[in-house]
Design a protein around this ligand. Structure first.
Ligand SMILES: [Zn+2]
Ligand SMILES: [Zn+2]
Length: 294
């Protein structure tokens, strides 16, 4: 059977940098189209590692404007351009996206001029130009874009004080991949995940996070411990993710944006007890891992 949709994880971590998990970012592909959902730190490097160079990305969708989901945009824009892109990049995101994109482009303005002066007509004058559409979303998923044969639906999620914040549901050939964005359990996520083949859910193991915070306090890093403790209020717990997957009838739950940034030996502890909540398939995402849906 042909693949209807495929998700490739580029980064599965959160704002704190680690060597084994990069910033939140994934590609959803189908019918020759590649859509990039968020551009977390290290995403451009991961695109090359995944064999999907930036010029093969057809559109970008931002879930929200937290730095861990956005800051590789500058590298991405340059590498897409010098990789041969000749049309403005379609970009979708919440209010504030246009200002953010303009800022990244402005930061690159000197570089853009230097390269055009040096390489002349070999490079497209389009350079880092983007076609930005700021969209809105409610608690029911609604189509905000169709790229090739992939329909992209947005729904609002609860990541307060970050507003607006979206999740996305991508559909092709009757198959569906849902990306929660950063959120606690909420009506938008439940509605957006109904019957999904695969749900990528924000996931925090609060017990393991408390251990990390305790260790930070033990070495006198009270600030970082306290910042991590604040993060508990706006990320879904692993138990919440499992309950949403159960209630929405999701077929496969993939935990990503994993907090803390566990290594493989910790996965059993990370997911302990979830099978008592949800009896579908549960995976912990890894950078550069792919899940095809036939
Ligand atoms: Zn995040
Ligand atoms: Zn966030």
């Amino acid at each position: 059977m042909a693949v209807s949709l495929e998700i490739t994880f580029l980064g599965t971590s959160s704002p704190i940098h680690t060597g084994h998990r990069f910033g939140p970012c994934q590609v959803v592909s189908g019918g020759g189209v590649n859509l990039l959902i968020d551009i977390g730190w290290g995403a451009t490097l991961r695109l090359y590692q995944a064999g999907i160079p930036p010029q093969r990305i057809d559109a970008v969708f931002f879930t929200h404007l937290h730095s861990d989901h956005t800051t590789d945009m500058a590298d991405f824009l340059v590498m897409r351009w010098v990789g041969g892109a000749t049309a403005p990049l379609p970009v979708y995101g919440p209010a504030g996206t246009a200002r953010m994109v303009a800022g990244f482009r402005e930061a690159l303005a000197a570089d853009t001029k230097f390269r055009l002066d040096h390489h002349g007509e070999k490079l497209s004058p389009v350079a880092t130009e983007c076609d930005v559409k700021e969209v809105s979303a409610g608690e029911e998923p609604a189509v905000i874009a169709t790229v090739g044969e992939i329909a992209v639906k947005a729904f609002h999620v609860d990541h307060r004080p970050v507003m607006p914040a979206f999740g996305y549901r991508l559909e092709r050939n009757g198959r569906s991949v849902v990306i929660s964005g950063d959120t606690v359990a909420c009506a938008g996520l439940l509605n957006g995940s109904q019957g999904a083949d695969l749900l990528v859910c924000d996931s925090m193991n609060k017990r393991m996070m408390a251990d990390v915070e305790g260790r930070l306090r033990g070495i006198g890093n009270e600030l970082q411990a306290s910042l991590l403790a604040d993060a508990h209020t706006y990320h879904a717990s692993v138990e919440d993710g499992a309950a949403i997957a159960r209630d929405a009838g999701v077929k496969h739950l993939v935990l990503s944006h994993v907090m803390p940034a566990i290594v493989p030996e910790q996965e059993a502890e990370f997911t302990a007890g979830l099978d008592a909540i949800y009896d579908g398939k549960i995976s912990v995402a890894h950078d550069l891992e792919r899940f095809p849906l036939e």
